[in-house]
Design a protein around this ligand. Sequence first.
Ligand code: 2AM
Length: 187
Amino acid sequence: MEGWERRKARLFFALWPDAAVRGRIAAQRPAVGRSVAEENLHLTLLFLGSVDVEQSRRLREAAATVIVPPFELRLVRLDYWSRSRVAWLGLDEAPPALLSLHRQLKAAAQKVGLALESRRYRPHVTLARDAATIAPRPIDPIHWTVTDFCLAESVLRPEGSQYLVRQRWPLRTEVGPAVGGAGATVE
Ligand code: 2AM
C-alpha cells in the first residue's frame, strides 16, 4: 500500500493532459489573477473532497470497473465565471463518453457514502483564479485525445495547492483482462 492510501485525503477524479496538450492549454492562460501552474492543469471529472481510507479503497475498486471508450475533447473558448473569479477553457460540447464517465464515478462515490455537491457538472479547465473580468473569446481549438482518467490528490502547500496524480485507469470499451484493469499507481 502506498503512503497516500493509508490516510484521509482530499481527492478528485480528473482527466490529466499529456505534455503536448498541457503546453497548449498553458499557452492560453490569460495575464490575470493567479495562474494555475502548468503541471496542475486538468479537467475535473468529480470533486470528492475529504475521503477516508476505506472509501478511497472502494472508490478505486469501482474506478477499475468503469467502461467508457476513449474520446476526443475540443477546447474551443476562453471564458470567465464572475462569482468565483475563475478564468477557464471550455469545450464545444461535452461528448457522451465524458458525461458517462462522470455519471459512473458519481454513482460510485454515492455508493461509498460521500456527500457530493449538487451543482450541475460543468466540464472546464481552470486557468487562473482571483482573475479580473475577461471577455469570453474563441481560441484555436485544442484537440485532446482522452485515453485514461485518474484519481488526483489536492495537497495544500504554503505556495498553494499542488495536485498529485495518484492512480490512472485506461478507458476501454470491454471488460478486458487484468492489464491496467486495477489501475496503474503513479508515484
Ligand atoms: P476549479 O478548478 O473550478 O476550482 C481540485 O480542487 C479540483 O476540483 C479543481 O479542478 C476544482 O475546480 C474542483 N472542484 C470542484 N468542486 C470543488 C470544491 N468544492 N472545492 C475545491 N475544488 C473543487
